[in-house]
Design a protein around this ligand. Structure first.
Ligand code: SF4
Length: 424
């Protein structure tokens, strides 16, 4: 079913309707989030309770680690479990017991649900509670990474949302800035230095590098999102009294500048001090972007809905690289989270949800220079002569902040260059 809805009527900030589609979708499941979450929280283990398909997906997405002990695994539900012939809870308890006995370095164990565990209605919340009682002080939490009606970045959202209730209450009345969403460690270090230069020292990052170093959350917590796909996490934080600072996302020079300015304004930092702190890295980033801008300017780009990063990416590519977005598809259009982004895409066709065949028809008719899509669509489109960019790569790569702006643009310039070489 396809419906044309009335777009951003309440905001009144756009002059094109949002195309809302519900039909067949081509997206990865939330298990994919384990790839970047396990790199971020180095003392956590992600135990997928799923099938051999789930195990293959996560192994091929994360690559095989040869020298290090992996920090993710799959408790495989066999056919007898799926048929209800075995007590899957007993099996799970045994696997967890063996794992924790062998790996005393694990501080938090996530039981990650999948399509099969949901189909047989295995209650992982209850399992996590039961096992936490047996294995304290290891924290045992659960969330769903199932691909039923979800998209791949929702795995991180579900993981963070389940962690929020375990965060302690604040011990002081002082306001604290909380950056929410996984970013690369190198980006966290850069952001911390810039916040310090601006005079903001009490900044916490969530998820933290150590899963037990949880930030305090309460009414004085001001949340600045680093990723746009964290609707459930935001709701959980707001339920604890935290408030969202509206800002564009820190992608590109303009987005990063506005993101820091939003934090500074909330903490009454003088605008001069902010401008001084940001001037040099912003100038460096603008200079570094020049080469890619020359290659990308005027190129037409089409986004299939996948990562939920599409809207801030399209804003960056249009404003700072001169690209022409033809259609910007996103799995979900979260108006509150994207409030500072959407007015900057005025006049550009947005779509929410997917009916993949209809969207492929639109894409073919528009013949973009570059198409951003999931892996399932990339190969067929490449074989039809379209240059494509895998959206999943944008979540696996450090793309936030000033120092990464040119690298982000490069991720879009490279497939265009490759296509030109093939065409010669
Ligand atoms: S969770 Fe579902 S979609 Fe994901 S790999 Fe397992 S079966 Fe496939």
């Amino acid at each position: 079913m396809t419906a044309i809805a009335s777009g951003l009527d309440a905001a009144g900030c756009r002059d094109l309707p949002v195309l809302r589609e519900r039909g067949q979708r081509e997206v990865f499941c939330g298990l994919t989030g384990i790839v970047w979450l396990h790199r971020r929280m180095q003392d956590a283990f992600f135990l997928v309770v799923g099938s051999r398909t789930c195990a293959h997906l996560i192994q091929s997405a994360a690559g095989v680690m040869i020298f290090a002990e992996p920090r993710f695994g799959t408790a495989i539900l066999e056919e007898k479990d799926l048929a209800g012939l075995a007590d899957a809870n007993e099996e799970l308890d045994r696997v967890v017991h063996e794992l924790l006995a062998r790996r005393p370095d694990i501080r938090t164990l996530f039981l990650v649900g999948s399509c099969p565990s949901e189909v047989i209605k295995l209650d992982l919340a209850r399992a996590a509670q039961r096992l936490a009682g047996q294995h304290a002080p290891v924290r045992i939490l659960n969330y769903s990474g199932s691909g039923i009606e979800t998209t791949f970045t929702q795995g991180e959202d579900a993981c963070l949302a389940t962690m929020v209730p375990t965060c302690p209450p604040p011990t002081t009345e002082a306001a604290q800035l909380l950056i929410v969403g996984t970013i690369a460690d190198i980006v966290e270090d850069q952001f911390t230095r810039l916040f310090e230069t601006m005079g903001l020292r009490d900044v916490a990052f969530f998820p933290p590098r150590r899963s037990t170093a949880l930030p305090a959350i309460g009414p004085n917590t001001k949340v600045l999102l680093a990723q746009p796909f964290l609707g459930d996490t935001l709701r959980a934080l707001e339920a604890r009294g935290a408030t969202l600072l509206p800002a564009p996302f820190p992608l590109g020079v303009a987005g990063t500048t506005a993101w820091f300015e939003a934090a500074a304004q909330a903490f009454d930092i003088a605008p001069d001090r902010v401008a001084d702190a940001l001037a040099a890295p912003a100038a460096r980033a603008r200079k570094a972007l020049e080469r890619q801008r020359t290659e990308l300017a005027g190129k037409r780009i089409f986004f299939f809905p996948d990562s939920q990063l599409e809207i801030p990416l399209a804003r960056f590519l249009a404003e700072e690289c001169g690209m022409v977005p033809l259609e910007v598809g996103t799995p979900y259009l979260h108006k509150e989270i994207l409030a500072a982004e959407l007015p900057r895409l005025a006049g550009i066709q947005l779509s929410e949800g997917q009916d993949v065949e209809l969207q492929l028809d639109r894409c073919r008719a528009l013949a973009p220079d570059l198409t951003v899509c999931g892996l399932g669509l990339a190969n067929p489109l490449e074989s039809e002569g379209f240059a494509t960019k895998w959206s999943i790569e944008l979540v696996f790569s450090p793309i936030h902040g000033f120092e990464q702006a040119a690298d982000l643009a490069e991720l879009f310039a490279r497939p265009l260059r490759r296509r030109m070489r093939l065409a010669v």
